[in-house]
Design a protein around this ligand. Sequence first.
Ligand code: ADP
Length: 254
Amino acid sequence: MTGSLLANSISYAIERKRILDELDETRRQQLEMKDRFLSHVSHELRSPLAAIHQFVTILLDGLAGEISSEQQRNLEIILRNVNQLKAMIDDLLDVTRAETGRLTLQPKCISLKDPILESYGTLRARAAQKGIFLSTNVPNDLPAVYADPARVYQILTNLIDNGIKFTPEKGTITVEARVFDEDPNLVCVTVSDTGYGISPEEKEKIFEYLYQGKDPLEASRKGLGLGLFICREFVSRHGGQIWVQSQLGRGSTF
Ligand code: ADP
């Protein structure tokens, strides 16, 4: 290579690196701005939503006077939607926290029975409303684990909630925990449903940010496509792994 050619290609490489660095910096700034915006908006939405929740509950409890059965039904619909909105905002906040490294775990020695029974208690009625039988199976001698109980609860409610969404009437959802066959130092928790199942092509994609599969029943489309992304984030921060086994039309086990 002649001297001038060499000098040209070096200056080209330097220029290229400078442009790439600039692009990286711009992209980083854009991401930061998006995170700040999302975090701010989600925070701001929380207070009015909490107020709506509080007053609807007051009305439902009859504390502001007697209500008719039609009013009760309508208020219950409002409450369900408020709770759904609240769950979406919480998801958005968790995602921005994860992206900015502010998502923290508070692990301690716990029995998995507690968050499992708690999530069961939260979602049993919703499952029953859809004609789905929700059950749990946790052996009494299951060893304690080192985990953040609030995050485990969140993972489980996300998975059970998906099970309810993607399982038709008369289906079942089972939450089980056992010592992991492949490593006795680990515990394996499964949430299995008898629902629509997931195609082989979708199995990896469903854990991605904002991914939503084609809904077999458009009517059950609720959510932002963040649930499994958050589950994977929480599980991996616990040093664990999450995956799915599924057969279309037969059901899924996470
Ligand atoms: P969302 O539920 O808000 O769509 P998720 O991240 O929780 O977002 O799920 C991503 C996608 O994975 C869903 O849109 C759905 O297509 C698929 N999925 C999740 N759980 C199940 C399940 N139990 N059965 C069938 N498909 C599921």
